[in-house]
Design a protein around this ligand. Structure first.
Ligand SMILES: Nc1ncnc2c1ncn2[C@@H]1O[C@H](COP(=O)(O)OP(=O)(O)O)[C@@H](O)[C@H]1O
Ligand SMILES: [Mg+2]
Length: 391
């Protein structure tokens, strides 16, 4: 029996555990808060990046696994180090390191000639004042955070002065020229550098200055063939530039008014926001199982489908800041034939703040429909009927 080690499970990584058990694998996992007794686990002291490697080291000392799956951003380095050292399939330490740092990404992609915004790396925002003025509008972002934390648009000279005043003491930051236009992500399964599966997901975010993700619709196709070709060129170029070997890859890009794609960022890990569940429903195969198989060197070709079979999406409800006085419409939304799941993290009495980061969101809804039109109608229905009332 094949032995798989999962690095990080949390809540969103649970489907890896489900798939591993379903496949009859010998599964173990490393976790800071292990609360799933279906498999043996190695407990680590905290969620710091080095600590994950401490957990992997101890798990490997017990028994060398046949494969390792590193789940999210903090697990990628520990996973890749162990995979490379043990000679197991993995994204490569090269791509894992780049994936963890937005400034490394911009520099590596600059070397590879990838289409991306002009950028400046700074130790102190005050020294970037002139650059920002010369490149307005710009986006300020931290190097290693996620979920849009600390990412903001600065539109004019007054904004530059204000952001320097407010964030001048923050230390290392990345400043980029802002790119406008619809945003997409792509999800790819790569084996030994060869792309076996590729999906484009349409993304909806909050309006600037913050860019919090609110909906994801996989299975997107660009109607304009020239745009589709440029997107293909961008995504292939990115995968070559980071030297990804065997992994699930998740990237983000915007397409400007001239139909040119611009890279936002890339990661050699499982996408967040339940995107893999929406991708799995849309394409009719279990993306988690495919990742497990790739990590073990097992065949995936018969699993992966060629065409979408459905139209799934994830949606994140929003409301105005305040204290929640009522949550309305849950039953009604659950009764909708396209709604698969409603999971809310907030309740009456909880305080909702101004939305500037993904982790503040109040929960999610997963939908799945026969056509893109029905999917969009279902999302519209959810948006109108699921009401989180604040005062
Ligand atoms: N240069 C940019 N131009 C326009 N929007 C951007 C730019 N950089 C980031 N954003 C927006 O902010 C979001 C979060 O930034 P990103 O670099 O993906 O960081 P995170 O790791 O927090 O997701 C992006 O998905 C995008 O919507
Ligand atoms: Mg991002």
């Amino acid at each position: 029996m094949k032995d798989i080690l999962l690095v990080g499970v949390g809540v969103m990584g649970r489907p890896y555990l489900d798939a591993a058990l379903r496949l009859g694998l010998d599964v173990r996992y490393v976790e800071a808060n292990p609360d799933d007794d279906r498999a043996p686990h190695t407990r680590i002291a905290n969620g710091q990046e080095e600590t994950w490697l401490d957990g992997v080291r101890r798990a490997v000392a017990e028994r060398t696994p046949d494969g390792i799956v590193a789940f999210a951003e903090p697990h990628v380095l520990a996973g890749a180090l162990a995979q490379d050292q043990l000679g197991l399939p993995g994204p490569s330490l090269h791509s894992a390191v780049i994936s963890r740092n937005k400034a490394l990404q911009r520099n590596a992609f600059g070397m590879a000639g990838i289409s991306q915004p002009a950028f400046l790396q700074t130790d102190s925002l005050a020294t970037a004042g002139q650059w920002m003025l010369d490149h307005l509008p710009v986006v300020v972002k931290p190097l290693t955070l996620m979920g849009s934390s600390g990412v903001e648009l600065v539109s004019d000279a007054a904004g530059v002065a204000e952001v320097i005043e407010r964030r001048g003491g923050e230390g290392r930051l990345l400043v980029e020229q802002a790119v406008f236009g619809p945003e997409y992500s792509w999800e790819a399964l790569v084996r030994d550098g060869e792309v076996l599966f590729r999906n484009i997901t349409q993304k909806t975010t909050t309006a600037p200055p913050a860019f919090v993700e609110l909906a994801h619709r996989p299975g997107y196709r660009f109607e304009d063939q020239a745009v589709a070709a440029r997107v293909d060129e961008l995504t292939s170029g990115v995968m070559r530039a980071i030297n990804v070997r065997t992994s699930l890859v998740h990237g983000e890009f915007r397409v400007d008014a001239e139909g040119r794609p611009w890279l936002m960022e890339v990661a050699v890990r499982t996408p967040g926001d339940y995107i893999p569940e929406a991708v799995s429903l849309t394409w009719g195969f279990d993306l988690y199982e495919a990742v497990l198989r790739l990590s073990l060197g097992l065949p995936v070709d018969e699993l992966i489908t060629e065409e979408p079979v459905s139209n799934a999406a994830t949606f994140f409800p929003t409301t105005t800041p305040g204290t929640i006085t009522a949550i309305e419409g849950v039953e009604e939304v659950l009764a909708h034939p396209a709604v698969v799941r409603v999971r809310l993290r907030k309740q009456v009495g909880d305080v909702v703040e101004r939305l500037v980061s993904s982790d503040q969101r109040m929960g999610h809804v997963l939908v799945n429909a026969a056509t893109p039109e029905e999917r969009d109608a279902a999302l519209e229905f959810v948006q109108q009927r699921l009401r989180i009332v604040t005062a």
